[in-house]
Design a protein around this ligand. Structure first.
Ligand SMILES: [Zn+2]
Length: 434
């Protein structure tokens, strides 16, 4: 029996309410009471005056680099960064070394996540063995370990026949989804940024929007043929958003996510040749950026996911064309999205939390324990956010083991104050508890 914690004075925002002021009492991993002026004997009080209390955030695309690149991030540092960002669950992508195509490696990552205990660490499994794109990984075996998202992320599954087989196989596994890093390798080979006016001006070989569009079009055709469930990772183009919009109208089982950086930044950020702005798929031009924003607002894109991609400082301290792609994301995702969409008046707080909590939870099959309403009896995976707090991102003080944040020096509005995982505080007053 653990002590009772009372979150005092916050406004509840979840899938069922857009703003009820209430205290929230938590004990033994669950919310036990939501009401006025709760003061159970001996309770520990977390002040939340002026804040929002909501279900914990869920990031369905992170790279915690363990096993293989623990110099860039570990499950421990990544989990701590995620908790500071308000996340109670993450899904780790399988492009580790060795990759997550095997039961033993998947079990090791899940076990390490539990041991660290700062975030509910789930994993995506590979679609193909060794992420080599040739032969299906043992999807059923990984599914039995709790894996629901299958992807070769980092790389696109380029072979249409393999993709068709993956869809066919996954249709027999309830809740399983085939997720694609949609960039046709033959169109992006040798490219380092979005192909457009800026790439031409900077003399950097490009990665065209069509690389994403042709893969999403092909995969939607295969999803239609097989009845399979499809998820587009880090969707970045207006063209692919249009395809997903039509597919949803048609009734195909398709979902999509976008990153905060694709909502907020364009390829103009690459003008200084700073490798921190390099990622795959690349930051696009304004038309694509606006198309992605519109798709997120109209429900075509279901979720915001960070693609948190740490790289040790020395690996990014090289010329743009030699640097690995990827940016940090979990510590800033809420504030950046909040600033871009809520402060600007385009989205409500509830709308933003839908895209950062319960909708991604549903895609990843986590809806029984994350993104739940803040109500008695529900699992106490919660975040307390001060929507008015402003803060300036300091790359040197992030909890991640890496420093490659594109937001360094940016002043953002909206900050995570407390995070609770299964009733235990992981973050109190912006400090990690472990
Ligand atoms: Zn990717």
């Amino acid at each position: 029996m653990s002590d009772t914690i009372v979150i005092r004075g916050a406004t509840v925002v979840d899938a069922t309410t857009t703003g009820t002021r209430a205290d929230v009492a938590v004990r033994d991993g669950r919310v036990v009471e939501v009401g006025d002026s709760l003061s159970p004997a001996g309770a520990r009080v977390l002040d939340a005056e002026g804040c929002i209390v909501a279900p914990g955030l869920v990031d369905i695309q992170v790279h915690f680099r363990e096993p293989g690149r623990e110099d860039s991030e570990t499950i421990e540092t990544g989990s701590r960064a995620a908790a500071l960002g308000g996340f109670t669950a993450v899904v780790c992508m399988p492009n580790t070394n060795p990759p997550l195509d095997d039961a033993a490696v998947v079990q090791a990552v899940i076990g390490r996540g539990r041991e660290v205990g700062l975030c509910d660490v789930r994993v995506a499994g590979c679609i193909t063995k060794g992420r080599a794109g040739k032969e299906l990984a043992p999807l059923g075996e990984l599914y039995d370990l709790g894996v629901r998202i299958f992807t070769d992320d980092g790389d696109c599954v380029a072979d249409a026949a393999i993709m068709r087989r993956a869809f066919e196989y996954a249709t027999a596994l309830p809740g399983a989804v085939i997720a694609q890093h949609a960039e046709d390798p033959s169109l992006v080979r040798g490219g380092h940024m979005h192909e457009g006016d800026w790439s031409a001006r900077l003399g950097i070989p490009g990665r065209p929007a069509e690389a994403e569009i042709v893969i999403v079009a092909r995969d939607l055709a295969l999803a239609r043929r097989t009845g399979g469930r499809y998820h587009v990772l880090h969707l970045s183009t207006a063209g692919a958003a249009d395809l997903v919009r039509c597919a949803k109208v048609e009734g195909l089982r398709v979902t999509a996510e976008c990153t905060p950086q694709h909502l907020a930044l364009t390829d103009a950020s690459c003008a200084g040749y700073d490798p921190v702005f390099k990622m795959n798929p690349p930051l696009r031009g304004e038309t694509d950026r606006d198309g992605v924003r519109a798709a997120l607002l109209d429900g075509t894109i279901d979720a915001i996911a960070t693609d948190h991609a740490p790289h040790a400082p020395e690996t990014k301290a090289v010329p743009f064309e030699e640097a690995p792609p990827g940016m940090l994301g979990v510590e800033t995702a809420f504030a950046v999205s909040h600033d871009e969409l809520v402060t600007s008046g385009e989205l409500t707080m509830q709308g933003l939390l839908a895209r950062l909590s319960w909708q991604p939870a549903a895609i990843a099959g986590l809806e029984a324990c994350h993104g739940r309403p803040v109500a008695a009896g529900e699992p106490a995976n919660l975040v307390v956010i001060d929507p008015d707090a402003t803060w300036t991102v300091d790359a040197m003080s992030v909890a991640s083991r890496s420093r490659n944040t594109p937001w360094a020096g940016r002043t953002l509005r909206g900050r995570v104050r407390h995070t609770l995982l299964q009733g235990n505080p992981t973050v109190i007053d912006q400090e990690a508890c472990r």
